[in-house]
Design a protein around this ligand. Structure first.
Ligand code: ADP
Ligand code: MG
Length: 164
């Protein structure tokens, strides 16, 4: 059809690591059980830093740290909200499918965030939030592009378009 289920990306300038955590906390307010987020960007881009802010915003058990030596880590919710399932697929290349992730937590009760290299997220889930983090050349500055795919995300990011 005319509309392919993809809104225009929300583009956010993120000067510091603290600002990246703040963006994660703002994003967390929009998240629901069952959501799938794919965070892409080079090593050191800030995927884990963003995830820390999401974890704080969701009020899950921490600490949220890079799950480099395990594929995934489950952070239970302290309250009734979603758990956070944090997956690091950065080193796996492009061969991951959600069904391959063996988890203790139910994805339906969780927000699942997958740290990723670049591209090939489309088979993970039709409804998904893709976040691409691009580093500044010579500064701490990052530019974050958030794009929602599928009915779940239609218009869902509008609150982030407003300034903090
Ligand atoms: P990734 O998970 O993408 O490999 P991390 O979040 O682990 O990246 O690391 C990002 C590093 O860059 C952290 O040490 C963080 O403090 C630092 N940093 C500096 N400026 C920023 C920024 N604007 N946004 C995010 N991280 C930043
Ligand atoms: Mg990381």
């Amino acid at each position: 059809g005319f509309h392919m289920g993809r809104d225009l990306p929300v583009v956010v300038d993120v000067p510091t690591a603290d600002d990246m955590q703040r963006l994660g906390r703002r994003l967390a307010r929009l998240l629901r059980k069952g959501d799938v987020i794919v965070a892409s960007g080079d090593l050191g881009a800030g995927k884990t830093t963003l995830t820390q802010g999401i974890g704080a915003g969701l009020d899950v058990e921490g600490p949220v740290i890079s799950p480099t030596f395990v594929l995934s880590r489950v952070h239970p919710a302290r309250g009734d909200g979603p758990a956070l399932v944090h997956v690091d697929a950065y080193r796996l290349g492009g061969s991951l499918e959600l069904a391959d992730i063996d988890l203790d937590a139910s994805l339906a009760d969780s927000v699942t965030l997958i740290e990723w290299g670049h591209g090939l997220a489309e088979w993970l889930a039709d409804d998904r939030l893709e976040i691409d983090i691009v580093r500044g050349v010579d500064s701490d500055q990052r530019t974050v592009y958030l794009t929602g795919f599928g009915p779940r995300w239609a218009g869902a990011l509008d609150a982030l378009r407003e300034t903090r």
